[in-house]
Design a protein around this ligand. Sequence first.
Ligand code: NAP
Length: 278
Amino acid sequence: MAVKILRGEEIAEKKAENLHGIIERSGLEPSLKLIQIGDNEAASIYARAKIRRGKKIGIAVDLEKYDDISMKDLLKRIDDLAKDPQINGIMIENPLPKGFDYYEIVRNIPYYKDVDALSPYNQGLIALNREFLVPATPRAVIDIMDYYGYHENTVTIVNRSPVVGRPLSMMLLNRNYTVSVCHSKTKDIGSMTRSSKIVVVAVGRPGFLNREMVTPGSVVIDVGINYVNDKVVGDANFEDLSEYVEAITPVPGGVGPITATNILENVVKAAEFQKNNL
Ligand code: NAP
């Protein structure tokens, strides 16, 4: 049977159309403030993607850039934005320059404006199965599973970070998947990945997931982003696995295209919440 390539662009397009419809029907005027400190290229690319997609959907996305800023001034700025009724979402672009603790900073964003959804309150709601705003990357993984019809399956995630593996494991439990989580200290990861229908890999090592770690019935969702000779590749050996497994996401073109739209989905949810509750 031919391998299924699980592409993300179409999912992102459909989600964007749906958001555009919600904005038109509701009369909301959602707005997102991005704060970038320093000049990291990956952070700039991700910020530009949100501005571009925001324009298409009808969300005002504004990038506020600092070469440098003291923690005191940054927290004061966040406090002003938190109180500003014109601003529905606040997002701190990653990676930050050395000396800034992302998780300390996001604690100061009210949970209903925390569209990255990585503050303790939003992560806590996920753990309690009371999801409100959810992080973009785990949401994109679930969007792919939903769209291609892999429901309530067994999943092994190779990643335990707060951005990917931790929230994803909880979000999958909330949806009746059966979940295993592996990391760098896990012994014999292959025995775990081979025994699950779905493998989510987000390690940050090109070629990490190979034929020995999967079966012909595996569905591989590759979250990894690596730069090899100026080319973007994932963590799975795509050339090899795409001739072996049941289904696999490409990199680029799988999880990545959905994530920027998922931030904007959070902005719309945040704007609806603020309209009805503040
Ligand atoms: P991270 O915080 O460095 O986490 C990496 C995870 O991989 C950790 O849990 C680590 O284990 C595990 N790991 C590392 N080496 C391993 C090994 N040899 N065997 C098993 N596990 C290993 O990175 P992250 O922020 O979660 O991102 C992970 C990857 O996803 C990166 O390539 C990143 O660029 C990509 N990413 C993509 C998107 C997207 O939108 N597509 C979004 C976010 C991240 P320990 O916990 O034991 O260290």
